[in-house]
Design a binder for this molecule. Structure first.
Ligand SMILES: Cc1cc2nc3c(=O)[nH]c(=O)nc-3n(C[C@H](O)[C@H](O)[C@H](O)COP(=O)(O)O)c2cc1C
Ligand SMILES: [Mn+2]
Length: 452
């Protein structure tokens, strides 16, 4: 797969993409249709009220579409990511770029220039949700990619919500310590490998690893870059739209509420860095990528890289781990199911402890269910069946209190310090051993599954 356009063509060929030709309002109306097709189709909106740029969404509504983008299959996804992280490929610089066909540097206002939706009723306005932010480490020049929600103001400024533990925030703080602003490029419609890389958490990718080179490895060939018009950064030449700008040294602004991955409004508003836009560049016939928060595209994009990181880590503690899934019902963050081939009775509890070890990928996990290798961890009714038939609650669970958590109302309300202070949020976690006990001969065939 060479680029985004080729990928879209393939999705069309596979009957995965539907086009909506009736006029839709970017406020709420697009989101309602995204929601309707959230688990089934890529949707392209061709006529947006007030704009002449179409919107595309729900592209990663399933993992088959991710596998297609990086030329693997469902079973190969995590290995492909781990291999790409270990084998970066250099990018190349080119001289001309489709993305710079139209360059705007005057009177910039993304609210006028781009069809940015408002998704949920109480969101604080229109938000960019599928823009990948490129920046370089001010000390080392290493390149980083990351997603973050961005509130668009009615001028040339954008407000970007970045949590602690993000490489991007570290880069910005380094720039500020040097008395500088941080150049950024917000990229839309690059090769999907760039999106996947933008969702890779600290730990899977360390902050001394060049993420454009990892994206090139995932894409299967060097990503071609073009120098920015107004910033000291080279970004993917073959993409749809790029917003050029800088995160301003010393500036912060309130942002939120915003309906995020957990399906609740992230409240109260936070003080966040501000990006001042210096140019918007795009293809003549650009397509704007939008992502509906708290829906399948958000879950798969956020969940798959975290699962990959967890699998790598937990395997070090318990080699018999086969796979790990962060379920959609748990917003691909809160509930983990781990499949193991058990050879010792302690395997299950070691798996629970290793999965909960509080790295970036594990911080949100509140439930770990460990199952045997006959269970399909991607089918929630199969996991529930294992719990129904293999768990004795007085001996098969572990509860750990006072662990760090995030963005979950029950954890926030469990924490005594005021949420306004943004202090540590405390949560409790449970591990469930839903494996068949080893060691006791199964004289009565108690656990034998029915079959044909
Ligand atoms: C669609 C999407 C939206 C996200 N929004 C945010 C966000 O608003 N703020 C944030 O800190 N992380 C957000 N994340 C998570 C980060 O993008 C992710 O942890 C990434 O690995 C951070 O990269 P970095 O550590 O290289 O900066 C989002 C992830 C996805 C997939
Ligand atoms: Mn990073």
């Amino acid at each position: 797969m060479k680029n985004f356009r080729e990928y879209l063509k393939e999705l069309k060929n596979r009957n995965d993409l539907i086009e909506i030709d009736t006029e839709v309002d970017p406020v709420i109306e697009i989101a309602k249709i995204q929601k309707k097709y959230a688990n089934s189709k890529t949707v392209q909106f061709n006529k947006i009220k007030g704009y002449d740029i179409p919107v595309i969404s729900n592209i990663f509504h399933n993992r088959e579409n991710i596998a297609l983008a990086i030329e693997t299959d469902l079973d190969g996804l995590k290995d492909k990511i781990i291999t790409a992280v270990k084998n970066p490929v250099d990018t190349v610089i080119v001289k001309t770029a489709p993305v710079q066909e139209v360059v705007t540097t005057k009177d910039i206002n993304p609210l006028n220039d781009l069809p940015i939706p408002q998704h949920y009723l109480k969101d604080n306005g229109k938000y960019i949700t599928a823009g990948v932010i490129l920046a370089t480490d001010p000390e080392t020049g290493i390149r980083n990619l990351s997603f973050a929600r961005m509130k668009v103001n009615n001028n040339n400024k954008i407000n970007v919500m970045i949590n602690p533990n993000r490489h991007l925030l570290r880069y910005f703080h380094k720039a500020e310590a040097l008395g500088k602003s941080l150049d950024v490029a917000i990229i839309f419609g690059a090769h999907p490998a760039v999106w996947l890389e933008g969702a890779m958490p600290d730990g899977l990718v360390d902050d001394d690893m060049d993420e454009l080179n990892i994206a090139s490895s995932l894409a299967g060939s060097p990503i071609e870059l073009i120098n920015g018009k107004t910033i000291d950064l080279a970004y993917p030449a073959n993409c749809e739209i790029v917003i050029e700008g800088r995160m301003i040294n010393g500036e912060r602004e309130y942002e939120g509420p915003f309906g995020d991955y957990s399906g609740i409004y992230d409240n109260p508003p936070r003080e966040n860095p501000v990006i001042e836009i210096s140019a918007i560049v795009r293809r003549k016939d650009a397509i704007y990528h939008d992502l509906l928060p708290f829906a399948a595209e958000h879950f798969h994009l956020g969940g798959l890289p975290r699962e990959t990181d967890l699998l790598k880590r937990v395997k070090q503690a318990v080699p018999g781990i086969m796979d790990i899934h962060l379920t959609l019902g748990g917003c691909s963050r809160f509930h983990a199911v781990v499949k193991i081939k058990k050879d010792k009775e302690s395997n299950a509890n070691h798996t629970i402890v290793a999965t909960l070890f509080p790295t970036e990928s594990a911080r949100d996990i509140k439930v770990v269910v460990v199952v045997d290798d006959d269970i399909n961890i991607y089918i929630s009714s199969d996991v529930e069946w294992a719990i129904a038939t293999r768990v004795q609650w007085h001996k098969d669970i572990i509860i750990i209190n006072k662990m760090e958590g995030l963005l979950d109302p029950s954890a926030i309300s469990n924490t005594s310090a005021s949420i306004l202070e943004r202090t540590e949020i405390l949560t409790s976690k449970i591990g469930i051993d839903a494996t068949i006990p080893l060691g006791k001969p199964d004289f009565m065939g108690l656990f034998e599954r029915v079959g044909f």
